[in-house]
Every structure is written in structure tokens, then in C-alpha cells.
Design a binder for this molecule. Structure first.
Ligand code: NAP
Length: 311
């Protein structure tokens, strides 16, 4: 069994930042991740909005975060899936297939992932025409046709981004009005490369080696039709990575963890930071900022509550 003052679940920007602040606050600190460390930004081709780095590869930035956490002695446990977790007990218990951990505090930084359409062909064509990241994969669709699914800010903004490369971008939306902000909508309506497919849902993604078509259903007429496309980019929202939590902390209706301004969850000694929490902006910079706040309050918790002398 391994014991730490704080265990951080998730090694993305929020987790590394929390690790750096916790370790500098003299807590023995570990990061556990189900995957390799680096989180979502490791897949971003380039970031242009992380201050101090006008252009940096996502992988490169996360490598710097990791080196920084290493420097302060944060222990790392990648590729460990949580089998059991008890956040209510003190110390907290985390069990993976490989190890059993105990910690005075837990900082949840497991991030979020794109919501899936859940239609035949989606899983099969990931990396062969289905992508959840226009910034990562847009350049593969130069002079081609792509279909974006969804009507929110992400769908419409990413569709606009894809027009830099593709000749034609369909936006397939299940209603006849967009959810995206009006100014974003107006830009899309004015873009000659974008064609809207209203009141429609994707039923199937088909092709051979690569994606060739999407099968769509008009939800009003129930008419089924096909659109020729080389790529499908679902942008229908994101879901937090919280399967392992089993409702032990309070969540909003989308499943995102509710925190106060110190990143504390509904459970004492448990903090949530970054994309996994209920927050108005999900960016590397906000995740890193959350990590700093959560870790500082985890340090205070250990000092004031867990190790305070009893009277
Ligand atoms: P969102 O605002 O929740 O929009 C999701 C879209 O997908 C909606 O249009 C929804 O349709 C559609 N949808 C949901 N489930 C679907 C399904 N199963 N099949 C087909 N369509 C489905 O999600 P988002 O665009 O990812 O944005 C998330 C948050 O980040 C929002 O608050 C957004 O404003 C914010 N954001 C802001 C910016 C910015 O300010 N620059 C950029 C990106 C995102 P309905 O409209 O019918 O519900």
C-alpha cells in the first residue's frame, strides 16, 4: 500500500499544476492517470493562447508541465485504472488493479471527453474520417468535404475553422435553429463554404478504408438520405470523466463536479479542478489555474484539519 498527503487523479494541465503547487506546499504528492500523462492537450497540434507561448505544440507544453512536476518530486502512476475509490473515509482509499493508495486529500483532475454520437461506424472510423478535434485533424481535409454535427458554439466555430481547409462543410443539426451565440451564427451564415442540414440526425457513418458517407434522418419527415463526405466531426457537447466516482461528490445535471471557489467538492478533503468541474471555461490556462487553487486549499486542509493538534 502507498500513502501520500495528496493524490491527484488525472495528469493533464489541471493535475500537473495541482501537483506542482501541492509538492511545493510540502505535501507528498502522487498523480494517477488511466492513460499516459499529458491529458487532452497532448493531442492538440498547436496552442496559440497559452500565455508566454504564442505557438507551442500541445504535447510539448504538457512535457514542460510534466518536467516541472518531476522537479518538485511528484510521483507518477500512469496507465492505472481505478477499480475502487472511497472518498468519504479518512484517509481516502484508491484502489487500482496494480496498487492500493491512501491519501489525506484527493484532487480530481480527470478532465472531460467529447460526447459520442453512438451510431454505427463512429467508433470504427475514428482516425479514418471521424475526428473530435478540428484543430488536430483539419489539415487532412484540404479541398475535401466534411460534416460537423451539432449546433452549439463548438460545432459552429469548429466548422468555421474547417473552412480554412475543406471546400465544403456541412453542419448537421437536429433542430432548425442553432444554439451557438448569435455573432458566431452570423459568421457561419455568411460563410459560403458552409451548408446547413437542419432537423437532421446522423444514423450511420459508412465507407470503405476511409469515411465516404453519412446516413441522416430528417426528424420531421423521417426521410433517410445520404451525404457524401470525407470526414465527420461530432461536436455535440462534452462529458466529464467521472465514471469511477459513483456519485460520492455532488455533480451538476451534466455530471460535472460542483465545487466552491476553493475547488472544494461536497466532500471534505476532496477537490475538483479543470474540465471535470462545473466551470464556464475549459482551457489549458483555466485548468492550470484551478489546479493551483485546489492544491493550495488541499495543503491548508492537511495542515489545519488533518494534522492539527487535538485539544
Ligand atoms: P453545447 O452548447 O451543449 O451544444 C451541443 C450541441 O449539440 C447542441 O446544439 C445540441 O443540440 C447538439 N446535441 C446534443 N446532443 C446531441 C445528439 N445526441 N445528437 C445530435 N445533436 C446533439 O456544447 P458545446 O458546443 O460543446 O459547448 C459547450 C459549452 O462551451 C457551451 O457553454 C458553449 O457556449 C461553450 N463554448 C464556448 C465557446 C466560445 O465562447 N468561444 C466555444 C466553444 C464552446 P440542441 O441545440 O438541440 O440541444
Amino acid at each position: 500500500m502507498k500513502e501520500f498527503d495528496t493524490i491527484i487523479l488525472g495528469g493533464g494541465p489541471a493535475g500537473f499544476s495541482a501537483g506542482i503547487y501541492a509538492a511545493r506546499g510540502a505535501l507528498s504528492t502522487a498523480i494517477i492517470d488511466i492513460n499516459m500523462l499529458g491529458g487532452q492537450p497532448s493531442n492538440y497540434l498547436e496552442l496559440e493562447n497559452y500565455p508566454g507561448y504564442p505557438h507551442i505544440g500541445g504535447f510539448d507544453l504538457m512535457e514542460k508541465f510534466e518536467e516541472h512536476a518531476d522537479k518538485f518530486g511528484v510521483e507518477k502512476f500512469p496507465m492505472q485504472e481505478i477499480e475502487k475509490i472511497d472518498l468519504i473515509s479518512n484517509p481516502k482509499l484508491i484502489k487500482t488493479k496494480e496498487e492500493e493508495f491512501r491519501a489525506k486529500t484527493v484532487i480530481i483532475a480527470t478532465g472531460a471527453q467529447p460526447m459520442k454520437l453512438g451510431v454505427p461506424g463512429e467508433k470504427e472510423y475514428v482516425g479514418r474520417g471521424v475526428s473530435y478535434c478540428a484543430v488536430c485533424d483539419g489539415a487532412f481535409y484540404r479541398d475535401k468535404t466534411v460534416a460537423v454535427v451539432g449546433g452549439g458554439n463548438s460545432a459552429v466555430e469548429e466548422a468555421m475553422y474547417l473552412t480554412k481547409f475543406a471546400n465544403k462543410v456541412y453542419i448537421i443539426h437536429r433542430r432548425d435553429a442553432l444554439r451557438a451565440d448569435k455573432i458566431v451564427q452570423q459568421r457561419a451564415f455568411n460563410n459560403p463554404k458552409i451548408e446547413f442540414v437542419w432537423d437532421s440526425v446522423v444514423k450511420e457513418i459508412t465507407g470503405h478504408e476511409l469515411v465516404e458517407k453519412v446516413v441522416i434522418e430528417n426528424v420531421k419527415t423521417h426521410e433517410i438520405s445520404e451525404l457524401d463526405t470525407n470526414g465527420v466531426f461530432p461536436y455535440i457537447g462534452i462529458v466529464p470523466n467521472i465514471d469511477f466516482i459513483n456519485g460520492q461528490v455532488e455533480q451538476d445535471k451534466g455530471g460535472f463536479i460542483i465545487t466552491d471557489e476553493t475547488m472544494k467538492t461536497s466532500v471534505d478533503g476532496v477537490y475538483a479542478v479543470g474540465d471535470v468541474r462545473h466551470t464556464p471555461l475549459r482551457q489549458v490556462i483555466t485548468a492550470a489555474a484551478d489546479g493551483a487553487i485546489g492544491a493550495v486549499y488541499a495543503v491548508k486542509y492537511v495542515e489545519e484539519v488533518v494534522t492539527a493538534p487535538s485539544h
